[in-house]
Design a protein around this ligand. Structure first.
Ligand code: AP5
Ligand code: MG
Length: 218
């Protein structure tokens, strides 16, 4: 069961991914989280990704694709994975499709969260992210129980450095230019479910789970 949770920056991919992995026993593979973890640990990968992330640009395709391929070879991905933030360009999508096809597998569903740009800018201003486990909050929509402290692991929550308005606008432009064409690539394969991404997190979550249940009936 290989599923992509897809949408613009701030669409709610991470928020909904956390719910999906509770309902289905597949790991979330989030490239942005992998880069942020490497950055915290000061690895060469983290240092290389930093400049691209802070500029709102894509990390080069070859580098990201290799990281995802390595991750998908791990034992916990044998039954599938939930890809969050990958693929993000047509070359990445083609790489992924070919990698899966070589192993007799394919993407079974792309959950496309549809959110207009105007909503995104507001959401990102209020987002707070855990410095340790990556859990996501919003100051008004889904705040932490104790201000500034992660509910899940007790570490500090902060505003991501790429969540300032100027970088968010660049990330949106990058999305429209390089990432959104992927939807049509997968639509042609008949695996896209469009889900309205504006409204309550719970209601959107119900629609996401419905789409997954329809694509993967038990
Ligand atoms: P990444 O970390 O993937 O960021 P992104 O795609 O820009 O998406 P976000 O994580 O910002 O948003 P989200 O959709 O997960 O929304 P969330 O659930 O947090 O990538 C960061 C950078 O890494 C990239 O810019 C790039 O440089 C690099 N990178 C990563 N992958 C790459 C790749 N494959 N190739 C090349 N470069 C790559 O929600 C957002 C906020 O809204 C939260 O505060 C949340 O609480 C709130 N919220 C969620 N749902 C709702 C709702 N329904 N109503 C109101 N508020 C809501
Ligand atoms: Mg995210």
């Amino acid at each position: 069961m290989f599923v992509i949770i897809f949408g613009p920056p701030g669409a709610g991919k991470g928020t909904q991914a956390a719910r999906i992995v509770q309902a289905h026993p597949i790991p979330q593979v989030a490239t942005g989280d992998i880069f942020r973890k490497n950055l915290r640990e000061g690895t060469a990968l983290g240092i290389e990704a930093k400049g691209y992330m802070e500029a709102g640009k894509l990390v080069p395709d070859e580098l990201v694709s290799k990281i995802v391929a390595d991750r998908l070879q791990q034992d916990d991905c044998v039954a599938g994975a939930l890809l969050d933030g990958f693929p993000r360009s047509l070359p990445q999508a083609c790489f992924l499709d070919a990698w899966l096809a070589e192993r007799g597998m394919a993407i079974g569903l792309v959950v496309h969260l549809v959110v207009p740009d105007s909503v995104i800018v507001e959401r990102m201003g209020g987002r707070r992210t855990c410095t340790n486990c990556g859990a996501t909050y919003h100051v008004s929509v889904s705040p932490t129980k104790v201000q500034g402290i992660c509910d899940r692991c007790g570490s500090q929550v902060i505003q991501r450095p790429d969540d300032n308005e100027a970088t968010v606008l660049t990330r949106l432009a990058t999305y429209h230019e390089q990432t959104s064409p992927i939807v049509e690539h997968y639509r042609a394969l008949g695996v896209v479910a469009d889900v309205e991404g504006v409204g309550s997190i719970d209601r959107i979550g119900d629609h996401v789970i419905e789409a997954i249940t329809k694509a993967f009936p038990v």
